[in-house]
Structure formats: structure tokens, C-alpha cells
Design a protein around this ligand. Structure first.
Ligand code: COS
Length: 383
């Protein structure tokens, strides 16, 4: 749903200009220095990027899902690590509190997440629990009016910097499944919360992940999201539903950028006396990539509109994540192929994107998990 087309056009134009004029020229620096330059971080805060999907009453822009997707399509046109910093505040970092938090929790934290004053992270994955999220082992044991957390969370995006964590932990040891899990809000400075060294990743330099270790970490009982034990797995799943649409839009944005890079290169570079773009085998790759990116754009917008209309889009969000993450992998592969030897060289953006996009098929639910979710929902709907 688009509430005010003129206002949205202005926002999308501003972001598109920011991506073109400020972020794209800084991509190589981001990769080299492995950090988002502070001046760009400040500009992102001033533009409201940390609060895109946070409701206006908490100081965000309150974008609908369709509006958020249109913005994410623009942001996807540059290195995904730029998005990772603020995307987490809008997405998996804040949504748990927004969807299931108490009014006090929302008032206490969300306005500062919307401005970027607080950076947030989502702690679900563990060393022995990734796709099988319900088997997580981090425990939270009640002790008076506190809970004591113990366990390790792995590959936590924004982990090294985050001020606020949504942490899924098991409060009911007799329930080994989803029902024993509770979601907590844990502040970064809480004694007993430790950060491991930053991970050395294949791509997405500038977006940092690390282990978050809880050692007798005491949090007040009112840190339970929504105040009720046993709801944490469902909170996490609802958060991921929304996140999957956002990530799908980012995948489409990256694919569109790669199609453009491939097209320009194919027009400029000559082989056999004519531009690459005149060769039919190159044309086939360009056409396939264009078609697939368009298919991705169409499905993400459709699912977003349905979500805004109140439909349960759990299945469709997984369809989008499955298709768009795989699609951008194919597009990036063709982009390298069209660039030939140049595509293997670090000075060309496609080399970096090729590594960056590999993560999309893995995080926020692997492709195989999306297949499981889709098929299970299909079977449930008819039985
Ligand atoms: N929204 C709301 N509730 C949901 C839900 C959703 N999208 N998906 C599941 N639930 C509920 C179920 O309805 C069920 O509730 P009841 O016990 O009341 O019936 C409960 O959660 C458990 O669901 P289910 O039995 O389907 O859980 P499983 O352990 O079988 O696992 C999958 C489900 C595999 C889908 C889940 O573990 C998953 O998504 N894994 C991937 C995790 C992931 O994306 N990790 C990425 C890292 S986080 S960035």
C-alpha cells in the first residue's frame, strides 16, 4: 500500500541519489577498510534510514511493506554491507519488540532504534543450532525477579557494535522444542554479555558478525518480549517473515545493478570486431538476467501488497526469498561471465558482488529452509 505517492517518490528519489552519489563511489573503500565510513553513517541517520519501517509514533518513517520494498530495491543497488548496518534496526533488531513487545518496551527502546542512537542485533543462531532454530540451547533460568542467561550465539550481524540484542533462550528445559523458548531484550553493557572476535567473512566487508557469549548474564524479568514465557520462537518466526521480504527486495536491487554493469560492459568491450553485446550468446545471458530480475521485482511487490492488505504472507515471503536469493546468485554468475577475465579482478564491482550475494542464499533462512516452509504450509493448507 502506498499512502502518498508524491511523498514516497520524493523519498525514493532522495535515497536513489544518496546511493548513486554517496554510497556507490565509496564501495571500494568500504571493502578495503571493512567499515562503513562515519560520515556516511551520520548521513544515513539524518535521512531516517535507521527507522524506515518503525512506526511514526516511535520516530520512524512508518513505511508500509510495499513502501519499504520500494526503498530496499534502491538500496540494493549498492554494496549490501551498507544496508546491513541500518537494515538490522528496521528489521530483525527492532521487529521483535515492535511485533510482540509491551508498550513500555516499545517506548523505552524503539525511538532510539529509529534514530540510530542504538544499534541492534538478533540472536537466534548458535554453534549447534542454525536451520533447526527450535533446538537452541542457550538457557535463561529464573532467579527472583531476574533471569540468568548462559550460552553462545553465532554469526550475529552487528554483534561487535550492537547496543541492544533480541535473544532467544530456553526458559523451559523440559520443553526441547519451540514452546520452551522465550525472547529477551538484552542491553549491550549487561555484565556477562561478551563479544567474540569479528568473523573473517567471504564477502560483505563492512558488515560485521561475531559470537555473542552469555556467561551468567542477569537480565530483569521485564526484559521478556511481551512479558510472557514460551512465545520467543513465534516472535522470531514473525520477525523472519518480514525480514525475508526486505532481503528479497535487496536481492532484486543488486540483480538490477548487476544487469546494468553487465550491459555497459557488453556495449563498451569489443571482441571479434564488434561489441560483446552484439554476440547472441552474450545477449542470451543479458536477457536471462533482465527477465529474472523483473520476475523477482514483480513477486516481491505482489507479496508486499498482500501483506499490507492483511494477508498472511508466510508462504509468499519464503517464495520470494527462495527465488530472489537464488536468482541474484545466477545473475552475479552471469555478470562475471560477461566480464570475462575482468570479472575475476577485484577492480571490477562484479567480483565483489559475486562474493557478497552468496550470503543471501544462506542467512535469514537458507534456500532449503524456504523450501521446507513453503511445502509445509502448502500441505497444511489442504489437510
Ligand atoms: N509465524 C508465526 N508462528 C509460526 C511461524 C510463523 N511464520 N512459523 C512457525 N510458527 C509457530 C508454529 O505455528 C508452531 O506453533 P504451535 O506450536 O503453537 O503450533 C511453532 O511456531 C513451532 O513451529 P514448527 O513446528 O513449524 O517449528 P519447527 O521447529 O518444525 O521449525 C522452521 C520450523 C524450520 C521453519 C524454523 O526452524 C526456521 O525457520 N528455521 C530457520 C531459522 C532461520 O531462518 N535462521 C536464520 C538465522 S536468523 S537471521
Amino acid at each position: 500500500m502506498i499512502r502518498d505517492p508524491e511523498l514516497l517518490d520524493q523519498l525514493v528519489d532522495t535515497i536513489s541519489r544518496f546511493v548513486r552519489e554517496r554510497l556507490i563511489p565509496s564501495e571500494a573503500r568500504l571493502a578495503e577498510e571493512d567499515t562503513v565510513p562515519v560520515e556516511l553513517l551520520q548521513e544515513m541517520k539524518e535521512m531516517g534510514l535507521f527507522g524506515l519501517s518503525i512506526p511514526e509514533e516511535y520516530g520512524g518513517l512508518g513505511l508500509t511493506m510495499e513502501e519499504e520494498v520500494l526503498v530496499a530495491l534502491e538500496i540494493g543497488r549498492t554494496s549490501p554491507a551498507f544496508r546491513s548496518v541500518f537494515g538490522t534496526n528496521n528489521g530483525i533488531g527492532a521487529q521483535g519488540i515492535l511485533i510482540d513487545g509491551t508498550p513500555e518496551q516499545k517506548t523505552r527502546y524503539v525511538p532510539r532504534l529509529a534514530t540510530g542512537e542504538l544499534l541492534s542485533a538478533f540472536c537466534l543462531t548458535e554453534p549447534d543450532s542454525g536451520s533447526d532454530a527450535a533446538s537452541l540451547r542457550t538457557t535463561a533460568v529464573r532467579d527472583g525477579d531476574h533471569y540468568v542467561l548462559n550460552g553462545t550465539k553465532r554469526f550475529i550481524t552487528n554483534g561487535p557494535e550492537a547496543d541492544l540484542f533480541t535473544v532467544m533462550a530456553r526458559t523451559d528445559p523440559s520443553n526441547k522444542g519451540a514452546g520452551g523458548i522465550t525472547a529477551f531484550i538484552v542491553e549491550g553493557g549487561t555484565p556477562g554479555l561478551k563479544r567474540g572476535p569479528a568473523d573473517n567473512k567471504m564477502g560483505q566487508k563492512g558488515a560485521h558478525t561475531c559470537d555473542i557469549i552469555f556467561e551468567d548474564c542477569r537480565v530483569p524479568a521485564e526484559s521478556i518480549i511481551g512479558g510472557k514465557e514460551g512465545q520467543g520462537f513465534k516472535t522470531a518466526m514473525k520477525v523472519l517473515d518480514r525480514g525475508r521480504l526486505h532481503i528479497s527486495a535487496v536481492c532484486v536491487g543488486v540483480a538490477e545493478r548487476l544487469v546494468e554493469e553487465s550491459l555497459h560492459y557488453a556495449i563498451e568491450r569489443k571482441q571479434f570486431g564488434v561489441p560483446l553485446a552484439d554476440h547472441q550468446l552474450i545477449q542470451a545471458m543479458l536477457a536471462d538476467s533482465k527477465t529474472e530480475a523483473y520476475a523477482g521485482r514483480t513477486m516481491v511487490l505482489d507479496a508486499a501488497r498482500r501483506k499490507d492488505a492483511g494477508e498472511n504472507v508466510s508462504t509468499l515471503a519464503s517464495c520470494c526469498k527462495l527465488f530472489c536469493a537464488e536468482m541474484v546468485g545466477r545473475v552475479a554468475d552471469r555478470a562475471v561471465q560477461i566480464h570475462g577475465g575482468a570479472g575475476y579482478m577485484a577492480e571490477y564491482a562484479v567480483e565483489r558482488f559475486y562474493r557478497d550475494v552468496r550470503l543471501f542464499r544462506i542467512y535469514e533462512g537458507t534456500t532449503q529452509i524456504q523450501q521446507v516452509v513453503i511445502a509445509r504450509n502448502m500441505v497444511r493448507e489442504v489437510s
